[in-house]
Design a protein around this ligand. Structure first.
Ligand SMILES: O=C(O)CCC(=O)C(=O)O
Ligand SMILES: [Mn+2]
Length: 209
């Protein structure tokens, strides 16, 4: 399969690290964190072997399908309240443990949960939000891994209108780490697009102190 491009700018075995200088946020991008071969294999395997579910959102008493399909996996003893789905987190799979171990070499955190999002086409999206609420928001580490189509990951400050929104293109095999006060101060989003694009799988490995 050669449908998902990482980039032509650097060789396929080189990881490129970018730290974003955002007030009140700690955001780091690793492009090519997974090689092209690993990313192609993981994309196909996750697509076929994940227990994807169409979850609903309650808006004014009406159940609306989320514009993406999702799945929760994690430690069997992880607090269930972190899951927004009706179902309990499923036990880690071999693919997820492979990805999690690789990330944990980079970030000194043992992740307890993972939310998988599958964006089938440009109509699938996630609107402006912050991960977690209240106290939990204050000290989280979120490691976000992407396989498939490149979509912009947008970040905007929660209150400061003088700061520009930033768009981070998350390419096949990239890892984005958000930690410190990022969730307190910044919101994030994956916008819809009318462009004809291939699907994208995103995994957010989560941990709350
Ligand atoms: O797909 C992404 O990159 C982000 C997903 C996300 O923000 C979430 O599920 O909370
Ligand atoms: Mn999020």
């Amino acid at each position: 399969m050669d449908v998902f491009n990482q980039t032509d700018l650097f060789s396929t075995d080189e990881v490129r690290k970018t730290e974003f200088d955002l007030p009140g946020a700690d955001v780091t991008l690793f492009e090519n964190f997974f090689s092209k071969e690993e990313s192609d294999r993981l994309y196909t395997s996750l697509l076929n072997n994940t227990n994807w579910e169409q979850d609903q959102l309650l808006i004014y008493g009406k159940e609306i399908d989320l514009p993406r399909i999702t799945a929760w996996y994690g430690d069997s003893n992880a607090d269930e309240s972190y899951a927004t789905t009706k179902s309990k987190a499923l036990p880690w799979t071999e693919d997820l443990l492979f990805i999690k171990k690789r990330i944990e070499k980079e970030v000194d955190v043992k992740f307890t949960r993972c939310l998988l999002n599958y964006y089938r086409n440009g109509e699938d999206s996630v609107n402006w939000h912050r991960d977690y609420n209240g106290e939990e928001r204050k000290n989280t580490v979120i490691s976000s891994v992407t396989f498939g189509a490149t979509r912009p990951f947008q970040l905007k400050h929660a209150t400061r209108k003088d700061l520009k929104r930033i768009d981070i293109p998350m390419v096949h095999g990239s890892l984005l780490i958000m930690q410190g006060a990022t969730q307190e101060n910044w919101l994030h989003k994956i916008p819809k697009t009318t462009k004809k694009i291939l699907p994208r799988i995103n995994l957010t490995f989560r941990w709350v102190s």
